[in-house]
Design a protein around this ligand. Structure first.
Ligand code: UDP
Ligand code: MG
Length: 321
């Protein structure tokens, strides 16, 4: 679709907008959030759908979403257990029908007032519009710095353009939605996939709001896990490093052996080498275990992929024809 046609559609309020909201234990905010979101979408377009993906909540989130969906253009997908936000978003993308899809959190951290700006940028001809956090002062010191190191490693390893302060708060054009839906991988790092698919992208800056209720479900270990998934599913540099290290160590060993032989020929076998043997055995043992661990990380990924299990299981569905 040309930018002009898009502008016309926006003016006629006829852009079909799908809004995808993954929720996990959000009983405190879900109703107020859906209410506010619905009002905003209705002001933007006459055609929209809200897809709530309940990611196996343990509280009353699903029940509240289902009762909210009565007589409204809200669709609900209830996953059979907690699959994680990446998979919940995937389920939403695979079920949306819109010309554009907007993904946002249900805890009011992503301001609803940003949506018109997203749509405007789409009207300007961009296929993907992502929200860029102005600053991360709402996040803990640990999370902020971990994110910094992580993005540094990620850009070094993958050479992909992954803006550090952008998250899942995005608008995707239908072309991008289709591209995203063509991925069959089970371990998903969405931000990597957004970068991988390409297309014309632009940013809209927004201020992260405080969470209205409940608490963030991101534990530090979960972030570490996501980081490992991200790196292992987008880069094979960790595997290659060991080839390089192995080569360097072999070269050093060769030089050392030559030196040793020459020394022995010249001065005889009087060579007290016990500590150096212990040190090199331990050093090499450590390196070997580490590299096996990294190999294992990749084999683990291959294992989950070859099993060909479905990405998610849906238990409940409401308002889908
Ligand atoms: N979420 C989800 N599945 C999960 C964890 C979180 O669907 O396993 C949802 C959650 O309900 C929220 C969004 O993802 O709508 C962002 O989660 P959260 O606010 O806990 O993360 P943070 O904003 O702290 O990064
Ligand atoms: Mg949040």
């Amino acid at each position: 679709m040309q930018a002009q046609d898009r502008q016309k559609q926006i003016q006629k309020k006829s852009v079909f907008i799908s809004c995808i909201v993954p929720v996990f234990n959000e009983q405190g905010t879900i109703e107020a959030f859906l209410d506010a979101l619905q009002q905003c979408l209705a002001s933007l377009s006459d055609r929209f759908e809200i897809i709530v993906v309940d990611d196996g909540s343990k509280d009353k989130t699903l029940a509240k979403a289902l009762s909210f969906a009565e007589n409204r253009s809200v669709k609900v997908i209830g996953l059979s257990r907690n699959f994680g936000k990446e998979i919940a978003l995937t389920a939403g993308l695979e079920h949306c029908k819109g010309d554009v899809a907007i993904m946002m959190d249900a805890d009011f951290q992503h301001p609803i007032e940003t949506l018109p700006h997203f749509l405007q940028k789409w009207g300007d001809g961009f296929e993907m519009v992502y929200g860029l956090r102005r600053d991360r002062k709402n996040e803990s010191w640990l999370k902020r710095n971990f994110a910094k190191i992580f993005y540094w490693i990620m850009t070094k390893c993958t050479r992909m353009d992954m803006p550090a302060h952008a998250g899942d708060f995005r608008l995707l054009d239908r072309k991008v939605i289709n591209a995203m839906n063509s991925f069959q991988e089970r371990t998903r790092f969405m931000k990597g996939l957004y970068a991988w698919v390409g297309f014309k992208k632009t940013a809209v800056v927004f201020e992260v709001q405080a969470r209205r209720a409940g608490e963030s479900s991101w534990r530090f270990m979960k972030l570490v896990e996501l980081a490992i998934t991200a790196i292992t599913s987008f880069s094979d540099i960790p595997l290659r490093i060991w080839g390089l290290i192995g080569f360097v160590i072999s070269m050093i060993a060769l030089v050392y052996a030559l030196f040793f032989v020459t020394y022995t020929l010249l001065y005889g076998v009087d060579f007290p080498g016990f500590p150096s043997i212990i040190v090199s055995v331990m050093f090499l043992g450590g390196i070997q275990l580490l590299s096996i661990g990294i190999l294992g990380e990749y084999i683990g990924r291959i294992f989950t992929e070859v099993k060909q299990r479905p990405k998610y299981i849906i238990e409940t569905k409401k308002n889908f024809d």
